[in-house]
Design a protein. Sequence first.
Length: 129
Amino acid sequence: MPRNRQPAPATTSGVHSERWRFGASPLVARDEIVLRLNGRIGHQAVPLLEDALRRLPPSLGEGRVVLDLAGVDYLSSAALRTLSTLCGRLDNAGRRLSVRNLADPVRIVMELSGLIERVEVLESRPPDA
């Protein structure tokens, strides 16, 4: 790839190129909100991630917030900052962010950044469970 070539800007659909795709699907189940993320969460996808987080239903004030990262293979420093901010907001509300289905590269970057210590890591399960 040429040096000066950048990924295309993100679109409203959440897909900005096949290589840097990103998507988010919320699911409300019993006492938790699950946000299934997929793709690469680079700096251009962070506004889409922030928008998906803002759209989560606030009705589950006591419910758990779970990020299912089964489809995520990359987190940028900007994505880590967004997740750290979310951890802070949940901490202030007496809640904790939970994550599941971490791919090794995602787990490693979360460990290196210290974010892994601020989240609850849940047992992995298939995305459709």
